[in-house]
Design a protein around this ligand. Sequence first.
Ligand code: NOJ
Length: 737
Amino acid sequence: MEQTKLKELFDSLTLDEKIGQLVQLNGNFFDSNEKIATGPVVKIGIDKEKIYQTGSILNTMGAKELKDIQDRYLQKNDKKIPMLFMADVINGFKTIFPIPLGLGCTFNPKLVKKTAEVTAKEAAVSGLHITFSPMVDMVRDARWGRVMESYGEDNYLNCEYAKAMVEGYQGNGDKYSTILSCVKHFAGYGAPVAGREYNTVELGERSLRQDYLPSYKAAVDAGCELVMTSFNTIDGIPVTANDWLLRDILRKDWGFKGVVISDHSAVKELVPHGVAKDGKEAAKLAIEAGCDIDMMTATYSNHLSSLVESGQLDMKYIDEAAMRVLELKNKLGLFENPYRGADEKLEKEVVLCEEFRKFAREVVSQTCVLLKNDSILPLTKNQKVAVVGPYAFNKNLSGMWSINVDSEKVVTIYDGLKKQANENCVTFAKGSPLLDDDHLFESFGYAKNIGELVSDNPVEECQKAVQVASQADIVIVAIGEHPHQSGEGGSRGEITLPRVQVELLKEMKKLGKSIVTLIFSGRPLALSEVSQYSDAMLQCWFPGTEGGDGIADIIYGKVNPSARLSMTFPYSVGQCPIYYNEMSTGRPAKGSTHSKRFTSRYIDIPNEPTYCFGYGLTYSEFKYSPIELDSHILTPNSSIKASVVVENISEQEGTETVQLYIRDLVGSVVRPIKELKGVQKVLLKPNESQKVEFIITEDMLRFVRKDMKFASEEGDFEIFIGKDSSTENKDTFVLKK
Ligand code: NOJ
């Protein structure tokens, strides 16, 4: 629609119609059966007359269903303004990819972009317009359940992934193959105090700007059309009512022109937060702060008009927000075609097609991190393998957010292994339930259907597994968290595996066989005990539809693993939050002049994590030369070429993930001990070597200085190039301005 026409339409809207554009409900409100639709209306207390003014709905999917809803809606909507369809399409639509934390471990933004492209293709023909993704919250605390939805603890990688995902979803805007992206949760949602979901966030402005904001900004710079506010506070002010974040930073500083949507009920929650005394005040605070859409409450719908009519709210806030929503609809072409890409025929052809499944299988093998391998893996096809554990034959491999998954289509680990091994070489026994008890899930009614949670007789179950395993040469133990032990509302105070599963592992070890442990989880776990009983360990995350085949590709050596941890694996929960790029302390545990007692350390556990950021093994072995710099002096107008020679000293072709880190030795404020600044993946044949070069420029050295400017400072820097964040392969250079 032409801009003048859009303006005419806008001018024709009543106050209530404009407010309707700012309300988001779910599909239940638009059920063809009016009686059913009344339920949710009563539940959230919205005026029934206003339902057909709603601007958007969330989490309803499928071409036919969405077309029907749009038709029913348009018949009753006076101005014939189509609704927007948004949903949580996180790690895939129906072809489910590994969870985002697994994708983070690819260290490969190009591959990750392609997952978003595939997701967009499936979602677009199924009628969706917008996904609430990517979540680019920087995370440092494995207790927080939502680390599974993030890409990990590193700023550099998070920015790369943010850009990749937005570009992947939004592409060229074609209606059959792209959707719009809503980045979330702006801002700082990944830092709840003590890792407890929905808790307060305490961040200094420097850390917020330097560590947490860049990934959202990267999404905005990549053209992301929507931003979701987070539930948390920043400096005491809930983000949904935080005009400094939503107006000054997001719109003024970053130039964001799109739509801001609240997280689910976040406008209404300003009341229990204690910054608004009632719904009316909450609505006023949120709209004035710059939150355009109220997700799933009646707060805007019930209060904005009386606020305007009584003169307590300036109409300009409603106008600007409503116009933004209309512009978004216009951008999607909904006025010309309210169904956009929804197409039942294409949906059948595209969704879960062979090509996408094949790609998902490749992605699985790029996300599993080989944590340990005492010369066990890869297996040969004639070895007798017993696969045991609650994940051995389990189709719930997609993690908490895959609300649209078709579990029947998921390839189990047992099936994947069986396909690749010689006949009769793979046997199976469950061996243990997932959980010791299920009280954690009492409030999660539907979780009860997800796999058998507990067992009446775990001892007997374990004995069966012992029998099966004793006939085998190798025992693969597939264990992990329940999918609902991570994700939203999945914070944990302990980050070990359920005891009943560790006991199974111990029993297997007692058989004297070689043990390969596959770990399924939505977070880094404390794995010291698991490691004790395992000869090889593969961190599989929740791998999605193609889990079984992708993992079997690694187990049998079709693929040489190359993923690296994008989040630190703590020694124990006591270390959380733990991250590789911690700040220098005045009393470091190593190198301080103080006696050991009076340095920054624990007296009962090590400072070092079990597996550091960037860590991951391959079936090959690589050797690094010392770093070579073509100059030791950097200026704003020059660059330094830093190189190493990486040699594959094994008989196995493989990919090495070469990582560049920099340390600023002296700054006007305390600086991190190391920061990732570059990554290169190099494929090397046996005994092949390659020179790997990184270009160092002044902009890579910028940070939020004492004067709050984002700029570099002259001085000495250390540069590290190696296989993970613990590398000591280093040199130095000086920045002169
Ligand atoms: C709440 C979650 O925090 C958010 O990530 C999600 O997009 C919305 N619910 C919508 O389902």
